[in-house]
Design a protein around this ligand. Structure first.
Ligand SMILES: Cc1cc2nc3c(=O)[nH]c(=O)nc-3n(C[C@H](O)[C@H](O)[C@H](O)COP(=O)(O)O)c2cc1C
Ligand code: SF4
Ligand code: SF4
Length: 253
C-alpha cells in the first residue's frame, strides 16, 4: 500500500503521514519527482489524501489523477479528504474525476482540520490550543480507520445520496471560483522580492519579471503562498492585507 497526497498548507500532508506511520507504508506528495506510474503499478492498495475546496477536489489533484488514471485501474482505493467545516461528499468527489465505476473504493473518510483561508474574516483561524484538539481527534480517528481497514471493514463517507446532494449544493460555484482564481492573486507593496512564493507554489504560478513578481494564470487556490509570505504581501480574490497567517499543523507538532 502507498498513499499519495496533495496538501496546500500541511493539513492533508499531516493526515497522510499519520496514516502511513500507523500502517507502515510509504507516503508521496504529488509534487515529488517520482515515477508514479512505476510506483502505483507495484502496489495493491493506493490511498489518496487532499483538501476539499467547496466540495470539489483541487484542480492540481484532478490533473494528477487524470494523468495516471490508467494506473489506478484494478487497484483498491482509499480516499481521505480534509476539510474545515463541511464538504457533504468531499471524499466521494474524487470518483467524479474518473469514468463511472472505474475505481474500486474500499474506504473513504473526512477529517476535520484547521481553516487555512486566512483572508476571509468570517472564517477565523484556530489558535494553538484548538489545533492541538484537531490533532488529538485525528490521531484517534486514524487508529480506528487503520483497525477497520486491517479488518476488511468497508466504509465510504460521503457516498450516500444526501451527502451527494449537499455536495452538489455546496460545489455549485467552485468551478467559477476556480476560473476566477487563475488570475486573482494580488501582491502588494510590502513584497520584499525574496522569491519564496516563486519556489513554493505547486503550480509554478509565479515568475520574476523585470524585478517584479508576476503571476502566470495558473493558481489552484491552495493558499500556500498567502500563508507563507514573510511580509504577508500576497492575497487571493480580495486585495487586502492579510492580518494573520495559518502556520500549519507541523509547526505545532
Ligand atoms: C479554496 C479553498 C476552499 C475551501 N473550501 C472548503 C469547504 O468547502 N469546506 C470546508 O470544510 N473547508 C474548506 N476549505 C478548508 C480546507 O479544505 C481545509 O483547511 C484543509 O484541511 C486544508 O488542507 P491543506 O492544509 O492540506 O491544504 C477550503 C480551503 C480552500 C483553500
Ligand atoms: S513571498 Fe512575499 S515577499 Fe517574497 S517575493 Fe513573494 S510576495 Fe514578495
Ligand atoms: S499562487 Fe499561491 S495560492 Fe495559488 S497555487 Fe500558487 S501557492 Fe497556491
Amino acid at each position: 500500500m502507498i498513499m499519495i497526497y496533495f496538501s496546500g498548507t500541511g493539513n492533508s500532508k499531516y493526515i497522510a503521514e499519520l496514516f502511513c506511520r500507523n500502517m507502515s507504508c510509504n507516503c508521496y506528495s504529488i509534487e515529488e519527482r517520482v515515477d508514479f506510474e512505476q510506483l502505483i503499478s507495484s502496489e495493491e492498495i493506493i490511498g489518496f489524501c487532499y483538501p476539499i475546496y467547496g466540495s470539489r477536489v483541487p484542480r492540481i489533484m484532478r490533473e494528477f489523477s487524470i494523468q495516471y488514471m490508467e494506473a489506478f485501474k484494478d487497484k483498491k482505493i482509499i480516499i481521505f479528504c480534509t476539510q474545515y467545516i463541511f464538504s457533504g461528499d468531499g471524499a466521494r468527489a474524487f470518483i467524479d474525476i474518473f469514468p463511472k465505476k472505474y475505481l474500486n473504493v474500499i474506504y473513504a473518510e473526512h477529517f476535520f482540520m484547521p481553516n487555512n483561508v486566512c483572508n476571509l474574516f468570517i472564517l477565523p483561524l484556530a489558535n494553538d490550543n484548538k489545533i492541538q484538539k484537531y490533532i488529538k481527534k485525528s490521531e484517534q480517528k486514524i487508529i480506528l480507520i487503520c483497525n477497520n481497514i486491517t479488518s476488511g471493514i468497508v466504509k465510504k463517507r460521503g457516498f450516500n445520496v444526501i451527502s451527494k446532494i449537499l455536495g452538489l449544493f455546496q460545489g455549485v460555484f467552485i468551478y467559477a471560483i476556480e476560473r476566477k482564481a487563475l488570475n486573482s492573486v494580488f501582491i502588494n507593496n510590502d513584497c520584499i522580492k525574496c522569491s519564496l512564493c516563486v519556489s513554493i507554489c505547486p503550480m509554478n504560478n509565479f515568475e520574476i519579471n523585470n524585478g517584479k513578481i508576476a503571476q502566470k494564470s495558473n493558481c489552484t487556490i491552495c493558499y500556500r503562498c498567502i500563508n507563507k509570505c514573510p511580509t504577508k504581501a500576497i492575497s487571493v480574490f480580495f486585495n487586502g492585507k492579510v492580518k494573520k497567517q495559518y502556520k500549519g499543523i507541523n509547526e505545532i507538532t
